[in-house]
Design a protein around this ligand. Structure first.
Ligand SMILES: *[C@@H]1O[C@H](CO)[C@@H](O)[C@H](O)[C@H]1NC(C)=O
Ligand SMILES: *[C@@H]1O[C@H](CO)[C@@H](O)[C@H](O)[C@H]1NC(C)=O
Ligand SMILES: *[C@@H]1O[C@H](CO)[C@@H](O)[C@H](O)[C@H]1NC(C)=O
Length: 373
């Protein structure tokens, strides 16, 4: 019995220490630890401070053109962004910021801003046109949290994540300037790939491409209370890689979220040109869609051409939609388009789908349970 108890306690300690590889602290507490901090006031100080300190404040400064702000953090580092961070302009690939580490905590101060100055690059051509830094922030981390980060005007993609056991909350990604003359394009908000156990919550995103995009190799993740405007959708994208492992995506939920003024709402897409894979247990629950200008819900295997030449290289099983409501607006609208490859879609359960305003009929070559298409 005592033996059992001992091994139980041991097990408990192991479990707890796995669950909390770091001690979570809130911003106020972190800020109050001032004596422990190293302050980065210029780009030249970054490398040495990141190597020697575990409590770091990034003050406002300009990162020189063509340089990445590399934050390869020590384990359990606490890092605060304060002030306004800008980047000298250059036609290069980026990224502007790269953050990596284990059990790290990254927080944004109340008035901090990471300003990508996309407005200096935007030409309405996104990926084409002038060369733009591809990503504002790349994250490669295992264990940790990212809180209250404010990002403005990404030249192209904003935040690209690869990692495990990460929480992202309170991101405020504002590319409203990109709506002027439709100059902002391919400005994806937040995406993750090859990742496990990611939580994205309580975020606001104004952009001009996928709002949250879950890419190949991702599992067991949740996106909730995220509100998007102008975007292309809450997206799942697969088929860009050769192998089943890199393409497959399973157990992903989007819930209690909204998207509006956008090209699409819910968007599940696979490329016919890629290798094999399985999309399994993808759930959208309680999603509000407002004034989408094309398809409120689209699941298709002929991405990006949309020519009906879908392929069955990727299987899509258990794509479940529960409570998806709202409106579409304009002459190109449909409530639903489904285009599956031959035999590749199965067991989709949809309920509580109500989209109004469509000027074109649904177009489906596969019929989910619970929705008449
Ligand atoms: C932070 O410090 C301020 C003033 O020194 C104090 O009033 C406040 O309670 C502290 N907050 C936390 C969370 O430690
Ligand atoms: C599915 O993912 C969620 C996180 O969103 C996790 O809590 C749950 O355990 C996962 N389910 C399985 C069967 O792994
Ligand atoms: C989907 O619905 C079918 C019947 O319509 C049911 O047999 C199946 O268990 C459901 N699957 C899920 C994941 O709810």
């Amino acid at each position: 019995m005592i033996l059992h108890l001992k091994s139980f306690v041991f097990l408990l300690i192991v479990v707890v220490s796995i669950a909390h590889g770091y001690e979570p602290i809130d911003y106020q507490t972190a800020k109050n630890l001032t004596a422990d901090y190293c302050y980065v006031n210029s780009y030249n100080e970054v490398d040495s401070i990141v190597k020697s300190c575990r409590y770091i404040v990034i003050q406002g400064f300009e990162v020189p053109a063509g340089k990445t702000l590399n934050l390869n953090l020590q384990k359990k580092t606490v890092l605060l962004f304060e002030g306004t961070l800008t980047f000298g302009m250059a036609y290069w690939d980026g990224p502007l910021i790269s953050i990596s580490g284990y059990d790290i905590q990254v927080m944004g101060g109340t008035n901090h801003l990471i300003h990508g100055h996309g407005e200096k690059y935007w030409d309405g051509q996104g990926d084409g046109g002038v060369k733009k830094p591809r990503k504002v922030m790349t994250i490669n981390a295992h264990g940790g949290s990212f809180k209250n980060i404010n990002i403005k005007n990404c030249p192209l993609f904003c935040v690209a994540i690869v990692g495990t056991d990460l929480t992202f909350s309170g991101f405020n990604i504002d590319l409203q300037d990109g709506f002027n003359n439709n100059l902002g394009r391919n400005t994806d908000g937040m995406s993750f790939s090859q990742s496990n156990n990611i939580l994205i919550e309580n975020c606001k995103i104004w952009n001009q491409d996928d709002c949250v995009n879950v890419l190949g190799g991702s599992t067991n993740s949740l996106v909730r209370n995220v509100h998007c405007w102008g975007s292309h959708g809450f997206s799942i994208t697969s088929g860009m890689a050769d192998s089943e492992k890199l393409n497959s995506i399973s157990n992903i939920t989007f819930e209690d979220s909204s998207i509006g003024g956008s090209l699409g709402g819910i968007h599940v897409k696979t490329l016919p040109t890629g290798g094999p894979g399985i999309l399994d247990r993808i759930t959208y629950r309680n999603i509000q869609i407002t004034d989408v200008t094309r398809f409120a819900i689209e699941a298709h295997q002929d991405y990006p051409n949309e020519d009906g030449k879908s392929s069955n290289n990727i299987k899509i099983t258990n794509l479940n939609l529960i409570g998806v409501t709202g409106t579409v607006k304009g002459s190109s609208t449909r409530s639903v388009r489904i285009n599956c490859g031959s035999g590749s879609c199965s067991n989709w359960n949809w309920s509580g789908i109500k989209i109004t305003g469509a000027q074109n009929k649904d177009e489906c070559n596969f019929h989910p349970n619970g929705y008449s298409c």
